[in-house]
Design a protein around this ligand. Structure first.
Ligand code: UD1
Length: 419
């Protein structure tokens, strides 16, 4: 088991380049088995969720190779339509296999998906949307088993703009018969990236990034080489880390329009944000003002995946913040850990009241989920004294070389093996 040893109180300076988006690479990998031929995805971050998805594709019979920072997938010989329980439970994104397996084999079976333990995360929206396309679902021995005689385009409305359900419908519809019109779709940049990727493979998808996506089914898709969009959540995490510790950093490679809401909130904290093309420079005010209120919302609202990091920042700012989590029910599980550092946070259901403290102190901390883990690291960087952070398997799911990138910015972080 590994732990981070963090000596807090160092300001961050320098430049960091954003990795490709985890939430893009995972559905793109799921889409690879739709192609007749080889797909190359470039600049793939070495994170465990990616390795887990690669393993799922191998289990299905696809050939998957990592070469440098590229992943090469040839799903031509895939024959299997069942994703085993061991891997499905590791990774929530295994649910994307439903759409792509249905498109490829007209049948799919996956165990109930896992991933971060941050709420109920049902798949009812996925299944009811797919039912409109002629998909029948049964639950058998812990597996969701989907079959269809004829996968056909349909008019589908989502009651909530679920990212995963939107992506699953797109994946199923690209090889269905006829046209699918999906209303109430999620508008996240990673969905636009999936559209661009599929279109580069010969699909006909339009409207991603708006609430209506139209997919005209085609007969086949071909291989492609593709570079995914950059990770707005990883980029946002480094910006928040700099805000919390003091200093000035530049994050390169990310599309500023994907982080508009975060910039607004960081300015409210009295940080300066300067944007030039794909470079975002933040100058921290050192002692920050609390945000008055932050509510997480589907894109383009404030992302739930930056909620925990923002709470860590507010915990050591001046004033009082109200943070409302609208996406996931139990996304405050990291709060007791922040309290060990002297944070004053009161959670009530989906809201947290954060009363900023003059300073936090180092402590022994346990990551409970991916973004909550990043929040603990940020708090430890800003705190006085030393912190030990365990449960790094969670942060390794989404941040490539987290400690290396932080060290390059001047942070004192070491990964040590403890057993
Ligand atoms: C994706 C992201 C995750 C992000 C989330 C919200 C990936 C791999 N993960 O997760 O990082 O936090 O979007 O931006 O892209 N819901 C239902 N029924 C369903 C599906 C969802 O009730 O069938 C609910 C969920 O419980 C949750 C909300 O809808 O409360 C949002 O979920 P969704 O947008 O589907 O998130 P994910 O695709 O799981």
């Amino acid at each position: 088991m590994d732990q981070f040893l963090i000596e807090g109180g160092k300001r961050l300076y320098g430049t960091v380049r954003a990795q490709s988006a985890k939430n893009s690479v995972l559905p793109l990998l799921a889409a690879c088995i739709l192609a007749e031929g080889r797909v190359t995805i470039r600049e793939v971050p070495p994170i465990t969720d990616v390795f887990c998805m690669a393993q799922i594709l191998r289990e299905l019979g696809a050939e998957v190779r990592f070469e440098g920072d590229c992943v090469l997938v040839d799903g031509s010989d895939a024959t299997e339509h069942t994703v085993s329980a061991v891997l499905t439970k590791e990774l929530r994104s295994s649910v994307f296999m439903l759409g792509s397996l249905l498109a490829r084999f007209r049948r799919a079976a996956i165990a109930y998906p896992g991933g971060c333990d941050i709420g109920l995360r049902p798949v009812d929206l996925h299944l009811s949307a797919l039912a409109h396309m002629g998909v029948k679902t049964q639950e058998r021995d812990g597996y969701i088993v989907c079959t269809c005689d004829d996968l056909r385009g349909a008019d589908i409305g989502l009651d909530f703009p679920s990212v995963g359900a939107t992506e699953n419908v797109i994946l199923a519809a690209v090889l269905a018969k006829g046209e699918t019109v999906l209303s109430g779709a999620a508008r996240e940049p990673e969905i636009v990236d999936l559209q661009n990727f599929l279109n580069a493979m010969g699909a006909r998808v339009r409207g991603a990034g708006t609430d209506t996506v139209v997919i005209e089914g085609v007969k086949r898709l071909h291989g492609v080489e593709y570079t995914p969009v950059k990770d707005r959540i990883e980029a946002g995490t480094y910006l928040i880390a700099c805000a919390a510790t003091g200093g000035e950093i530049e994050v390169e490679g990310v599309e500023p329009a994907h982080l508009g809401f975060l910039f607004h909130k960081l300015r409210e904290n009295s940080c300066k944000i300067h944007i030039k093309n794909d470079k975002i420079r933040i100058t921290s005010a050192g002692r920050l003002r609390c945000n008055r209120k932050i509510e997480t919302m589907p894109f383009p609202g404030f992302p739930t995946d930056l909620q925990a990091q923002t709470v860590a920042l507010n915990a050591a700012a001046e004033g009082c913040a109200l943070i409302v989590e609208n996406l996931f029910e139990t996304r405050f599980r990291y709060v007791p850990e922040l309290k060990k550092m002297g944070a004053d946070i009161e959670v009530n259901g989906r809201s947290a009241v954060v009363r900023g403290q003059p300073r936090l102190h180092g402590a022994s901390l346990v990551c409970k989920d991916l973004r909550g883990g990043a929040a603990l690291v940020i708090a430890a960087l800003a705190a006085e004294g030393t912190s030990e952070v365990v449960g790094l398997a969670h942060v390794d799911r989404g941040y490539a070389d987290f400690e290396g990138k932080l060290r390059a910015l001047g942070a004192e972080v070491k990964r040590v093996r403890i057993r």
